[in-house]
Design a binder for this molecule. Structure first.
Ligand code: ZN
Length: 297
């Protein structure tokens, strides 16, 4: 069962999130017909994003993570909400690469490291908060950790794993650990010593069926207390209304071009592949109404 545990470590000196996301990553794989390597890349990104998502305070808060590493898979994009809902896609889900010499999936080569990870946090304020750091390895977990540590000044250990067997996701999950500002040297050292057990998350997610077992396996050297639980779910919230706004944002000239050259438009949602059809009249109406509508949402 997919679950995220919110955990207090060493009497509150650090916090951790432990997530099992097997079902939601399998659903993403199925939605996008992902190759094995793309399943791992998207699955790790979804897991990292949904963990960052459930740390947000207000129900309507959302964040979008975009990794643009220049690899053959293209962009990796995930949007997560405070309630545990997440959605995502990669540009080229069919891309497959040979495994690395050690047998591991070569997510780093598929995603690439010549580019940036950008996080847009929409917290209901006038302007969204945008942070960006360079990609470290394209292996996703390291890229999240570097981003959180450098851009958001929140030192973080991140480990993410996705196991694919016979074309299906058989295990997915992650662990995210953040020391609090008052964390003692002694506890910091304990956290650093966890690195070895955290690197095993990718294989552990296959064996453990729930987040409590994953927490027990990774955090057993520390005092930990489960404070709260979230249920992560893969779900797209697209609508015809939202797609219309995307069309409008392309501008009148572009829409007129669709009217003239295609006499309509077929737009599919990147996140769930649902198709929306717009006839010539629909597009003309959009232009008419779009002009009159006030700017923004
Ligand atoms: Zn959708």
């Amino acid at each position: 069962m997919d679950e995220i545990l919110h955990i207090s470590l060493e009497g509150g000196q650090a916090r951790a999130l432990v997530a099992v996301t097997t079902s939601l990553v399998e659903q993403a794989r199925e939605t996008h017909s992902c190759s094995v390597t793309a399943s791992a890349a998207l699955g790790r990104a979804l897991t990292g994003s949904v963990m960052m998502g459930v740390m947000m305070k207000n129900a309507d808060d959302r964040l979008t993570v975009t990794m643009n590493g220049g690899g053959p898979i293209g962009q990796v994009v995930c949007t997560a909400y405070a309630n545990g809902t997440v959605k995502g896609y990669v540009d080229n889900p069919e891309i497959e690469l040979p495994r690395k010499v050690n047998g591991k999936l070569d997510v780093g080569a598929a995603v690439g490291k010549n580019g940036h990870i950008t996080v847009v946090r929409d917290l209901g304020l006038k302007e969204p908060y945008v942070g960006r750091t360079r990609m470290v390895s394209g292996e996703i977990a390291e890229d999240f950790a570097f981003y959180l540590t450098v851009s958001e000044q929140t030192p973080s250990l991140v480990s993410l794993g996705v196991m694919v067997e016979k074309g299906h996701v058989v295990g997915a999950g992650g662990v995210l650990i953040q020391p609090m500002p008052d964390c003692t040297e002694e506890v910091l050292e304990k956290l650093e010593a966890l690195t070895a057990s955290l690197s095993g998350v990718s294989t552990m997610v296959h064996e453990v069926k729930n987040a409590e077992t994953l927490a027990a396996k990774t955090l057993s050297s520390l005092d930990y207390e489960i404070l709260n639980r979230s249920v992560p779910v893969y779900q797209c919230d697209c609508s015809r209304d939202r797609i219309e706004r995307v069309l409008l944002s392309m501008g009148e000239v572009e829409i007129m071009d669709m009217v003239k050259s295609q006499h309509g438009a077929q737009v599919s949602c990147h996140f769930c592949n649902k198709q929306y059809d717009f006839s010539e009249n629909d597009l003309l109406r959009l232009i008419r109404e779009g002009k009159a509508a006030p700017k923004g949402e």
